[in-house]
Design a protein around this ligand. Structure first.
Ligand SMILES: NC(=O)c1ccc[n+]([C@@H]2O[C@H](COP(=O)([O-])OP(=O)(O)OC[C@H]3O[C@@H](n4cnc5c(N)ncnc54)[C@H](O)[C@@H]3O)[C@@H](O)[C@H]2O)c1
Length: 392
């Protein structure tokens, strides 16, 4: 529910049922599954659906303590945070991830940890690269090294013809996981449209603005977006685990894209709220008026699921190039240079698309472990040991 008695299905005017089919039970039942970003909107719903499907053991990884606290409260009705399956770890840290995987030996991994707010990432490209690209590389590499059988990476429609730092980093993440696909580890990415009512979504913003009696801000009257629900998003990820192969990207048929203004009007009508004043603020840097689900040159193929199509992303960017980008981000290279690097890599990938043959089941060497040990700043000297009392 969004507010009062309005359901998402009513607001969108279409079916919002979860999408996984019967085969999902086969791969999830009794399996050990690890979820990154497990305290987030999508990660926590993946956990719920995995529990419904009878997963044997679920390992919840997130770098946000409060999200893990909320998760444990939901799971156990308490928040002692003593459970080994709830792990505070950062996907940027390969050693930490490797330890979690070595300790729990999951068969499946769902990678939902990411930073996702487009305007913030336009101004913090290093964080976007380190979380979305390096983090994905670490998850994929640790998964490959510890016998994971299926890896599913959460992507976004912003990765199709990307124009923002967010979209470009998520595009590279799709390419990264593809590099790690092998006979031993089947891999998939999933592109979502906007996930309704996820944390920090614009629906949350306008519901709050209406409740506070202040004007609703919309960037542009012509803005449209594709929408899906949180249960649909998690269900699609589980179905993608069934269909995972050499790193293809799966996309749900989300119907027509919705005009944001119309959606707001529908919300106002259904909720019986007073018609709010709308202020148009202008599209922000990197933001598209209309999202696309596929790049111009991507060919969508049918899958065994009637509502899901599949595209093969090119592997036109090497892991070595991605490593250089991550090193630059790690060293906080100039903002403009990082953006230009991202644009160059994504543009090169687009030039190559259509010319590269799919290279399935081929694993490449990776050297990103160098990044896990933060470099001390120049002039840094190891401090002399000191004795301290117990920490507060
Ligand atoms: N919400 C949407 O509308 C939407 C749409 C398309 C795609 N997606 C994608 O879905 C994924 C999850 O989105 P969400 O809506 O659940 O976001 P969210 O912010 O609710 O959840 C993300 C979780 O990842 C965790 N996280 C962030 N950085 C981390 C790190 N370095 N190490 C470990 N954990 C980290 C956060 O603490 C958070 O709990 C993202 O990849 C996002 O791009 C979301």
């Amino acid at each position: 529910m969004l507010m009062g008695d309005i359901s998402v299905a009513e607001l969108l005017g279409r079916d919002t049922e979860p999408v996984y089919g019967p085969e999902a039970h086969g791969i999830i039942k009794d399996a050990t599954v690890l979820v990154t970003g497990a305290g987030g909107s999508i990660g926590s719903e993946i956990g719920r659906q995995l529990r419904c499907l009878g997963a044997g053991n679920i390992v919840y990884v997130d770098n946000n303590e409060y999200n893990l606290y909320l998760l444990e409260r939901e799971l156990r009705g308490t928040a002692a945070l003593t459970d080994d399956s709830i792990v505070l770890a950062d996907v940027q840290n390969l050693n930490a991830l490797s330890k979690v995987l070595a300790d729990h030996r999951p068969e499946l991994v769902f990678h939902a940890a990411a930073v996702k707010h487009l305007p913030l990432l336009e101004r913090s490209p290093a964080i976007a690269i380190l979380t979305n690209v390096l983090g994905t590389c670490n998850v994929a590499s640790a998964s490959a090294a510890h016998g994971v059988k299926r890896l599913v990476n959460v992507s976004t429609d912003k990765a199709a013809n990307p124009t923002s730092i967010l979209g470009m980093t998520k595009r590279l993440a799709e390419i990264v996981v593809r590099h790690f696909a092998s006979r031993e580890m089947l891999v998939a990415s999933v592109r979502f449209g906007n996930v309704f009512n996820s944390r920090g979504s614009f629906v949350e913003t306008f519901a709050w603005q209406i409740a506070s009696g202040i004007p609703v801000t919309i960037t542009d009257p012509a803005m449209t977006r594709y929408f899906m629900t949180i249960p649909q998003a998690a269900g699609l990820l589980i179905e993608a685990a069934v269909m995972a192969n050499g790193g293809d990207t799966f996309i749900l048929d989300m119907g027509e894209s919705y005009s944001i203004v119309n959606l707001l009007q529908r919300y106002v009508t259904l909720s019986g709220a007073q018609k709010p004043k709308i202020v148009f603020t202008g599209a922000r840097q990197g933001e598209k008026l209309h999202e696309q689900l596929f790049d111009g040159r991507e060919v969508a193929h049918c899958t065994q699921h009637p509502a899901i199509s599949r595209v093969t992303v090119s592997d036109g960017v090497s892991l070595q190039e991605i490593e250089r980008l991550c090193l630059d981000a790690h060293h906080e290279v100039d903002f403009g240079v990082l953006r230009a690097d991202l644009e160059r890599l994504v543009a090169g990938d687009q030039d190559l698309r259509g010319r590269t043959s799919p290279r399935r089941y081929q694993r490449r060497p990776i050297r990103l472990h160098r990044l896990t040990r933060p470099r001390p700043p120049l002039g840094w000297r190891r401090p002399a040991p000191v004795t301290v009392g117990a920490e507060a």
